[in-house]
Design a protein around this ligand. Structure first.
Ligand code: NAP
Length: 412
């Protein structure tokens, strides 16, 4: 497959904003920059094309393709898209924050910490980010305040222990920042503690109070997301748009970790490859079907895997599914008068079966078993009916095949 990775900046994303990573297996301690570089080099070695400084403006569906429009107007077309855009830091929303952004207010210690050698600084927040970035800032800060709205911190215990035991670190809790001020550069923050306003002199304010996912903003058409804007995916990382997958921090999930993001992406890519194969198989089988219907059909299909000899469907049973073979072979048999199984058909990749019972609303005419290891795409009754309804030519062709198979089977 031809794959391109588009990144609006240097490849690495949030990893580049992290100084040290100590929870990625196999790397006891590695800098964010090094891990990002290693990952990129590794992928390039296996043929990935990486395009840096290419910002994506919009992704839209057109038939069975996704059209990816870049900010510079370039359009790319792909069968599948994997969204791994993470998000952006949540803002405090207080007076002075916007004005002093870049002049003392920062959302990235690794990027800006070194500008504050010997300065008094504040980190705002009580989560992993606040503590991890805070630890980094202790290299430069003369004094570091940790301002948090509650007394309890939600950061991991190991990070809390490391940061809070340092002499130069002083927690200020429970406290809310109400204003950031200065004279061109940040000089102080006002905090509200126990109903009283206190002014704390600092030259840098590093805000780590959470994160807003940005993935859904790439789509004009509706894409399912939760109330916080995280994209909802299923176990294969499929979003609600056929052919669009999401992985990492932009997806609704439990933990924003590199480990889980890498796992998400592995699942997404394996499934996307399968999705594309299924799409092409279905398009080959039903060439008159509108392409967007094929994409929707594939996204509703269920993957079923059988070992050699396994039963797929049984003669006489109620018909509830239509099957198309992706990999492997299957064999249709009918019970003969003496009770033995007589082979009446063989199916290979791209062949379909199970349509007779669905079209005639009748019990299965035959039994189908896997002849080899078998992977099929199974469509439920409703999805199959949708496919038939959207193209007369498809329906005619499937009815023609079904009629031939019915004639070839022994009358029951
Ligand atoms: P987070 O875990 O959501 O923590 C945000 C912190 O900001 C919380 O302590 C929260 O206070 C506080 N906060 C939220 N809104 C606020 C407001 N308006 N004013 C003042 N304080 C506010 O976010 P995060 O630290 O950015 O971490 C995000 C995710 O990345 C987490 O899942 C985290 O585990 C992960 N992460 C992991 C690592 C790692 O080393 N493994 C490093 C960085 C991040 P409350 O506690 O009162 O809600």
């Amino acid at each position: 497959m031809k794959v391109v990775l588009l990144d609006s900046k240097d490849v690495g994303g949030e990893i580049l904003n992290t100084e040290l990573i100590e929870d990625y297996p196999g790397f006891e301690s590695v800098t964010g920059a090094e891990l990002a570089r290693k990952m990129a080099d590794h992928a390039i070695k296996f043929g990935l094309k990486i395009e840096t400084y290419k910002s994506v403006q919009e992704v839209r569906s057109e038939g069975d393709h996704k059209i990816v429009t870049l900010v510079d107007g370039t359009e790319l077309s792909a069968y599948a898209v994997l969204v791994t855009v993470g998000g952006e830091p949540t803002k405090l929303g207080v007076v002075g924050e916007k004005e002093y952004h870049g002049r003392g207010v920062s959302y990235c210690a690794v990027c800006d910490g070194a500008f504050f050698k010997g300065a008094d600084l504040a980190v705002i927040g009580g989560g992993d980010s606040a503590f991890q970035e805070g630890l980094f800032l202790t290299r430069f800060a003369k004094k570091l305040y940790v301002v948090h709205r509650r007394n309890e911190f939600r950061a991991q215990a190991i990070l809390q222990d490391r940061l809070l035991k340092m002499d130069k670190v002083e927690p200020i809790t429970p406290a809310e920042v109400t204003e950031i001020g200065g004279n061109g550069d940040v000089k102080w923050i006002d905090i509200d503690r126990d109903g009283k306003t206190e002014r704390v002199k600092v030259e840098g304010v590093f805000v780590f109070i959470g994160f807003k996912p940005v993935g859904r903003h790439l789509f004009k058409e509706h894409i399912e997301h939760d109330k916080n804007g995280y994209l909802i995916t299923d176990q294969y990382m499929r979003t609600s748009i056929p052919g669009v997958y999401a992985a990492g921090d932009t997806r609704a999930q439990l933990a924003k970790q590199i480990t889980t993001a890498v796992g998400d992406a592995t699942t997404a890519v394996l499934h996307a490859e399968r999705y594309i194969e299924e799409l092409k198989d279905l398009e080959r089988a039903f060439p008159s079907e509108p392409k967007d219907v094929v994409a929707q059909t594939v996204s509703k299909a269920e993957l079923q895997v059988f070992a050699p000899g396994d039963l797929v469907l049984k003669e006489g049973e109620v018909a509830d599914r239509f099957y198309m073979i992706i990999k492997g072979e299957a064999e249709a048999t009918q019970r003969g008068p003496d009770g033995s199984q007589i082979v009446i058909n063989r199916f290979g990749p791209g062949d379909y079966f199970g349509e007779v019972g669905l079209l005639n609303d009748a019990p299965r005419l035959a039994t189908v078993r896997a002849k080899t290891s078998l992977e099929v795409m199974a469509l439920d009754r409703e999805t199959f009916a949708g496919l038939m309804k959207s193209s007369q030519a498809t329906e005619d062709e499937v009815r023609r095949v079904a009629a031939g198979r019915t004639r070839a089977a022994s009358p029951r």
